[in-house]
Every structure is written in structure tokens, then in C-alpha cells.
Write a protein that binds this ligand. Sequence first.
Ligand code: ADP
Ligand code: MG
Length: 847
Amino acid sequence: MKPSIEKLRKFFRLEADREYDNKAVMGGLANILSSWELDARKDQLPEQLIQAVITRLRDYHRLSEESREVALKGIWQRLTRETDFDLSQGQPQVSPPQPADDPEPPTPQSKPSEEIPKSGSELPVQDGTPRDRPVQEPESPPETVTPAQPAPTPPPDLDFDSPLSTIKGIGIKKEAALEKMGIHTVNDLLYTFPRRHDDYSQLKPISKLWYGEDVTIIGTVQSVSTRSVRGGKMKIVEAMISDKSGAIRATWFNQPWMESQLKKAKQVVLSGVVEEYLGRLVMNTPEWEPLSPKQLHTNRIVPVYPLTRDITQKWLRKVIHSVVEQYVPYKQDPLPETIRRDNQLPALSDALRQIHFPDSDEDLQNARQRLAFDELFLLQMGVLEQKKQWESRPGEVFESPADWLEVQLKALPFELTAAQQNALDQVRGDLGSGTPMNRLLQGDVGSGKTVIAALAAMIVIRGGGQAAVMAPTSILAEQHFQSLSSLLVRDDQTALKQPVIRLLIGATPEKEKAEIREGLADGTIKLVVGTHALLQDPVKFHNLQLAVVDEQHRFGVEQRGLLRQKGDNPHLLVMTATPIPRSLALTLYGDLELSIIDELPPGRQPIQTHILFPREIERAYGLIRSQVDLGNQAFIIYPLVEESEKIEGKAAVEEFNLLQKEIFSSYQLGLLHGQMSAEDKDAVMTHFRDKEIQILVSTTVVEVGVDIPDATVMLVEGADRFGLAQLHQLRGRVGRGSEKSYCILVPGNAEDVENQRLQAMVETDNGFILAEKDLAIRGPGQFLGTRQSGYTQLKLASITDLKLLEQARAQATALFQQDPDLNQESHQALAQAVKEFWTRQSAGDIS
Ligand code: ADP
Ligand code: MG
């Protein structure tokens, strides 16, 4: 079975075992997507299938447990239908597990107490009692920045890369479970940071709990009972837990052994999210452990770690505590002393100790700051290194004489804006420099990036090179193909002639593919536009000198690299509409130079954005009718997040029929949804572009790049379910011509009219401002989208922390100038740390 499918199978199975609580993967199933997408591409799964999986799983957390089950089953069926692997051994179990599957209940009372011998005694402790190995206890002085104290020489057998099995208390079974979490060595364990800390001095009384809170409570078991549901297939253990202030119900699904664990009158600690059931607060399957008096007395602030099956909180805490005690004093600090001091950072060994078992909130904050700094600093060092390598190899020089360029510019249907002219100058500079271009072209939707790519391609082709433009979807690739053709193919001498520009996508017929491959290999094709199909092995270029990647955030760093490898050090132009604040772009894409098109072509009217109550929808329909009567076109977008492909298709079709028959009976409607084949989608888009379709009803497949100049209304239903970046992209589909355009946002519920994101859409059409709001509202992970791959090693650093980002970048740049190869004796540990960081980085551990 292909690794990517095998991976899904594992996660799906785990989810099934967990009754679809979306906890099989840390942070939710959607978290596997960015790494999975890369794997799936490596395995060459069909693009549509990849997109389908991503679309389903991206919204998995919003579904009810039942819907989740249907969703996973649906995906799995589709996978089995559309990929030809042998499923007989691969079927994930999508029903509750048989008891035999799970002989050992994942509770604190299972094996661990046997697996861990005395070493950590009753954990966690802070007093540093001597263990088998000498433990150095640095008395930390009050200031945050401790003076340099070189780590003591470790005993010869102390190796941070030792496998887990060398740690006392970790047997084969636990080792396997930890490996599943991506933890393989002592070092990995030290860098498995707590999800949060519980401060037992600040516990919440039960009566003060709020719906949705993630809390820890201490209480006494009042009663416990088990009931069966689903005809006895599933058992639910229910317990009432009370403290002085009140009581709350806690339930565990399919963990029948819980009944015997929760003895009446026993004191327990519960952690989890407070939910609501039939109007009462409950905790569903909370993490729990028996209360030990030591927790309260010896350790005020206790780490809470991410877990998987077979790993319990208490056990992991114990193991990490003993590893911290044993190893951390010997941890070398790779950060040069001056940098540490300049940035007021604690020593690495202190930070590692405090991040796990902090003495105070302040120590914890300092530890976080230090470890977050490390991440950004190492990221930046690696990025600088890549850039240096890239620039160390010569790039071919491509001139663009002014008179020749003038002919090209004159032939365009419009005049470049000042911002486009500026970007073009920078590109010309790069192409003529002898160093390979490595440039990120950032410009809002509709700012006119394509023409820059077109001109860059012309310059390279003029000099005898080939160019490739890669887009994330076939529709977009086709659109690029058409606009590039219309910009570049003309009658005059200096222009391209067909068939030197070709389109290569997954749906291209085999015969034509072969022909294109031949043309690329012998050099007769000068410009090829395509999807990741361009990356596939049989595609060889005669002389690829320019690689253009559109919509960067949809491709991983690796794919950028793959396309580049198709040539001998070609020039690279990356285009993105995601408006990232500059300092963030410099870190994330630090190996790229940055050009920004911050101006829209003239003659565009601002798009009027309105939020309507769901009951006012008829007003939106009225607007659409009147616009279409004027000869314009409209989009109606539905956020279908249905359980299975079939249902989605069906819901879209039903909605479409209703609109066509009841609402817009005298107009021509078209339908686009995720279950359609690439050819069908392209056909519909073509009809829409050619105005045979006046109103396009669509799920979100139109999100990216499609250009319909006469479209003046974008109606988004269920708008509260979209992210800001997505809404902004959708709005960018209209207002491309000179007519006044409208974006109508209708949330699913009346209350969501107040939705922050929708309000932000009304307030501004500036992509940069929206990006910053989005960052503030949703946090960086969401903002970059699960598709953003390659930054899996940022565990603590938040890329919204622009100040720390800037600090780390400045320090890394300064150090890099001084010792780019990290050859100096004092930089050896740092060189090693950079290497390790980037190895882990590209391994993309995520689960
Ligand atoms: P994006 O940056 O979103 O990729 P495109 O390159 O697709 O934008 O351009 C959007 C639209 O604007 C296209 O129809 C294009 O022909 C047009 N356009 C681009 N540059 C100019 C310009 N300088 N003046 C007028 N129209 C332009
Ligand atoms: Mg574009």
C-alpha cells in the first residue's frame, strides 16, 4: 500500500478506535494535511483525490461524531475506488473496536507503574534528589540571563541521540507508542513540550466553569455507572464529580474499565474541555488521574503533554522528568553567549528544565521565549545557508535590451502599473545578473502578476532558454495558459508562435502528453504551463532556464525544489496572492528576494461589500437578476462541507436545481462542485467565461485565480464558515473589469452577522490589512492554512510574534556575515544544531 494511504489508514483507524473524537492526531486530524499532501504527491495520487481528502479533513473538526464517521468512511471508499491498491489487508476499522483489540486500557493504573522503576518515585518532584547519575543542580541566580557556564562533561554513555529503549522505564510497547508521536530519541523527548501547564494553586471551582473552557479540576467521585448504547455495541461510563462548589458529569465512551478505576469517594484530577449536553455542562472523555497529595504540595505548576493511545499523562510526566534530571545538565548551549545575552535569554539547560517543570510563571515565559528564539534563529540560519548555496552557483545571463522590451510592452493590451514596472525591473535585474533569480512576487488578487511572469518568460526564451509555469490546479493552469498565450502569441517577429507554448495537466491525453514531453526534451517547446504534472519523472527539459510557481502557499518548499531540479540551476519566480507582512515573509521565504505589487491596475472600481441576514437573501437574488440583465455575470458560492463526496455532489445539484427552477428560471445557470471531473469543471468554466452561463453556482473550487472579467456579483452563502483569506480570494473573483462590483456575504445564522471576519471584509479591501486581522483572529497556523508545509519545527515560536522574529533574523544575519560556514571553533555546536533542526524540518514530523 502506498505510504500516504497507509498513513491515512492508520489515523482513520485510530480515530475510529477513539470514537471519532478528533484526537487521534495532536491538534486534530486536519493537522496531518500539510505533510500528508506532500506524501500523497510523492505517491502520485490523483490530484482530485488529494484535493478531496484535504477538503474533507480540513473541516473535520466541525463535524459531529456521526458525520465524522461517515466522512472517514466516505474518503476511504473513494480511496479504494480510485487507487488500485489491495485493500483486503488495508480496510480501516470504522466501527468501535472489539475488546480484544485493546487488552490494555490506556489508564494510569495500567502497566506504567511496573515499567518505570523507582527512579522518578512519585512524580513530579522538584527537589533534584540524587539519582543513579550525578545531577548538577545549578542554583539559578535571580536575573534571567545567567552567566555562561559550560555544560559539565557528560558521562561517556550519555548520548542525546540514544534511542528511547535506553531510557529506564521505556519498554517495547511504550517505545512504539512514542515513536508514533514522532519521538525517537532522548533529545526528541526533551523537545516534546507540554501542551499547557496546570497551576494547581489556581484551580477552578466546578461552579465557575464555562462552556468551551479547557480546564483542570479536582473533585471527588460521587457516583459512577455504566450504560450501553447503540444496542449494546457501545458502553458509556458516567461519573459525577464534585467539589465544594458544585458537581459536573464526566463521561468516557467505550472505556468500560473506567468504572472500576473511578471508585466512589476517590479524589481525581480531570483535564479537558467543558462541553454541554442537554443544557448541562459535561466533560467528555477527559484526561484524568488520581489525585496524589504530592501534586498539590511539591509541584504547583504541572506540565500537561500531548498524548496518544497507550501513553498516559502521568507516565509521560514521570519519564520526561527523569530524562530532564539525568540529561539536561549536560546539554550544550549552541547559542553563542553574546547572542544569548543581547537578547536576555536564559541558558538552554535552564530553559529546557523550566519549560517542563517551571518554578514560576515567569521562568516558564522566559523558557518559552528562549526556545522560540532558537527555532526562529535556526530556521533563519538554514534559510540563509540555502540562499548562499543557491547563489554560489552561476545562473545564465539573459539580457533584455530596452528597444526589444519596448516592442513587447507596446504589444500588451494595457500599460503596466508603476508597481508592475518596478517588479519587472527587479526581475530583469535578476535575469541579467549571472546569479540565479530567486524571487517572491507578492501581489493582491488581480494586481497583475501574470504579465510579469509572461515577460520574464519572453526574456528567457529570447535568450534560448525554456520556461515552465506551475499552478496548483488544472483550471488555474489552463487559465494561465490562455492568458499567457493571448499575451505572448502574436503576429509580429518578436512574439511566440504556436505550438511553442503548451499546456500539460493531469487530464491531458496520454498521446498529447508524450508529444509535449518530446517537445520539451528536444527544445521545440519554449513555454510549458501545467500543474504538478510537470514535476513527474518522465518530463525532461532541453534547457529549462525559468521556473515560475504560482500561488506559492499551495506548494511545499520541496516542490519548488523539484521543479528547479528539472533544469540546471534555473531562475525561479514564485508568485503569491497571500499578503504576508514583510518581516514574516522574510523569515518564511527568507531565501527569496521580495517584490511587491501593491497597486491594482487603473479603472477598477472598489467592490461594495455587504453583509445580509439569511432572511434577506432575496435582496441578493434581486441584485443578481438586475446585474445579469445588464449583461454581467454572477457567482453563488456554497460552503458545502458534507460527509461524503456523494452527498456533496447531491447537495450541490439539489441546490442548483432549486435555484434554476425557482429563483432564476429565465437565466442560464452553471454548476461546479468538487465531485466533478477535471474536464467537466473546465468545460463549465469555459462556458462561464464565454458567457453561455450567466450565473455560476459553485462550491469553493473557484477559490483560486479564475478570471471572469464580466462577473460583478459574488454571493457567498454560509460566509461565516470561510476564513478571511479565502473570503478575500473569493471577492477577488469579481471587480476585474471596469463595471461596479458587489460582494454579498450571508452567514448561515443571523447571529453571525456580527462575525469579526465578515465585519473585517466590509471594513477594508486591502489584502495586507486583512491578512493581519486574520493573523490576529485565527493565529498563524490557520492563517497560513494547513497547506503551508515546511515549518513543522516551529513548536513554540509564533510567527505572529514579529518582534522576536525580527530579533532572531537580525542576529542570524549578523552571525552569518561573520562566519557563514560556521567554521569557527565556538560555532561548532551551533552548526550541529542547525543541521539537526533542518533534518527534522524536512522530515516533516507532524503526528
Ligand atoms: P493576479 O495578480 O491575481 O494573478 P492577473 O495577472 O490575473 O492578476 O491580472 C488580473 C487582470 O488584470 C487580468 O485580466 C489582466 O489582464 C489585468 N491586468 C493586469 N495588469 C494590468 C494593467 N496594468 N492594466 C490593466 N489591466 C491589467
Ligand atoms: Mg494569478
